[in-house]
Structures are given as structure tokens and as C-alpha cells.
Write a protein that binds this ligand. Structure first.
Ligand SMILES: CC(C)(COP(=O)(O)OP(=O)(O)OC[C@H]1O[C@@H](n2cnc3c(N)ncnc32)[C@H](O)[C@@H]1OP(=O)(O)O)[C@@H](O)C(=O)NCCC(=O)NCCS
Length: 182
């Protein structure tokens, strides 16, 4: 059965499906404590885990309601895989999505995440014609908060100890943008 894969492009980046050759870069940045701190996985994140994760993404179709779709971020100038981003169109009404993003430490501070999230928002609002896109992060995740504010998402809520995460109850900040605001 053939599957549809998504490829998006920005001035400096390709957002493309994962390849098995991404596994070393992926395992390396996922194993960095500052990258994993606010994310779901534990460290170290092995190459075997990376390979299994990449395998699990093969043949997924973008936009299936309720399913996360993960894209690798490739730097066009060098071909390096520098991070990843993801979206999930929420199953309840099919008109809202949640997004997520990660950049390898050495590629932060250059605007690549801003470019990635702007591209994702463009895809979700203009091509998928969604009504609302949301994102959440830990209130201590300053880089993530600044990124979400930089792309124009609104800080809408601060939930107190609403998430059981890595053996603690943690707060969640929720951000969102509406179609007409993009
Ligand atoms: C969240 C995360 C992706 C943000 O990365 P980032 O590098 O801060 O964001 P950008 O790539 O957009 O870069 C922005 C920085 O580059 C600078 N910059 C340089 N050129 C730029 C350009 N062309 N456009 C925009 N910003 C640019 C900005 O001024 C900003 O610098 P500052 O941090 O000193 O203010 C990153 O911190 C990360 O991967 N964290 C770990 C994973 C994580 O927690 N993910 C979120 C879970 S909710």
C-alpha cells in the first residue's frame, strides 16, 4: 500500500520524513539532559531506541486524526538532521492541532525553530485549513515560551500541577493561535 509523505520547505530548512540514517543524530540530541528535561523520554536515548522510533514512523500518513506525525528538520546548506517537529490534529473535531518541536543544542540560537514552527503553522492553517493550533510547555522552559511568543502564539492558560511528569506533578502553560490570527 502506498503512503503519502509530507515535505515542507523554508528558506533554510527541509521538514521531511525521518530516514534510518538520522538515528545517530537523533539519539545524540535526545540524550542531552537539557533537551530531554521537558520531554517525554528518559536519557540516555540509545541508537536502538532511535532506530525503533524511526521504524515506527515509516508509512504513517500525515493528518490522521488523533495521531502524531513527526518530521525531521534538515539544514539545507549541509544536509544535517538538526531536530524534529510534530503535529497532531485533534480527534474531537478535526479542526484543531497540537504541535511540538526540538532542536539539537548546537543548532539553537539561529532562528531555525522559529522558521520550523512558522512553516508548520502555515501548513496547518493554510493547507489543512484548521481553526486553531495549540502548544504546551513547562513554565520553566523559557526557550520554548520565547519561541511560542515569537511566532505569535498567545499564552492562554497556566494550569497548576496538572501533569504527572517524570515522577512529579508539574504545571503546564498553554499557548494557542487561531486561523484568522495567522
Ligand atoms: C524550544 C527550542 C526548540 C527553541 O530553540 P531556539 O534555538 O531558542 O529557537 P530558534 O531556533 O527560533 O532561535 C531563536 C534564537 O535565535 C536568534 N536568532 C538568530 N537568527 C534568527 C532568525 N533568523 N530568526 C529568528 N531568531 C533568530 C533569536 O534572537 C533567538 O535568540 P535568543 O534565544 O538569544 O533570544 C529549543 O530550546 C529546544 O529544542 N529545547 C529542548 C526541547 C524542548 O524543550 N522542546 C519544547 C517542548 S514544549
Amino acid at each position: 500500500m502506498s503512503s503519502f509523505t509530507l515535505k515542507l520547505e523554508t528558506p533554510r530548512l527541509l521538514l521531511r520524513e525521518f530516514q534510518i540514517s538520522d538515528k545517530i543524530a537523533f539519539a545524540t540530541y535526545r540524550s542531552a539532559p537539557e533537551i530531554a528535561k521537558y520531554q517525554s523520554w528518559d536519557i540516555p536515548y540509545s541508537e536502538a531506541q532511535a532506530a525503533a522510533f524511526i521504524e515506527s514512523l515509516q508509512n504513517l500518513t500525515p493528518g490522521i486524526l488523533g495521531e502524531w506525525y513527526q518530521l525531521a528538520i534538515e539544514l539545507k546548506s549541509t544536509g544535517e538532521m538538526i531536530g524534529d517537529c510534530a503535529f497532531c490534529i485533534l480527534a474531537d473535531d478535526g479542526k484543531q492541532a497540537e504541535i511540538g518541536f526540538t532542536l539539537a543544542r548546537q543548532h539553537q540560537g539561529k532562528g531555525y525553530a522559529t522558521e520550523t514552527v512558522t512553516c508548520l503553522l502555515n501548513y496547518l492553517f493554510k493547507q489543512q485549513k484548521l481553526h486553531r493550533v495549540r502548544a504546551n510547555c513547562d513554565p520553566e522552559n523559557i526557550a520554548s515560551i520565547q519561541l511560542l511568543e515569537r511566532v505569535g502564539m498567545r499564552r492562554e492558560g497556566h494550569f497548576i500541577k496538572s501533569l504527572w511528569f517524570k515522577n512529579n506533578w508539574v504545571d503546564e502553560l498553554w499557548f494557542a493561535m487561531l486561523h484568522d490570527e495567522f
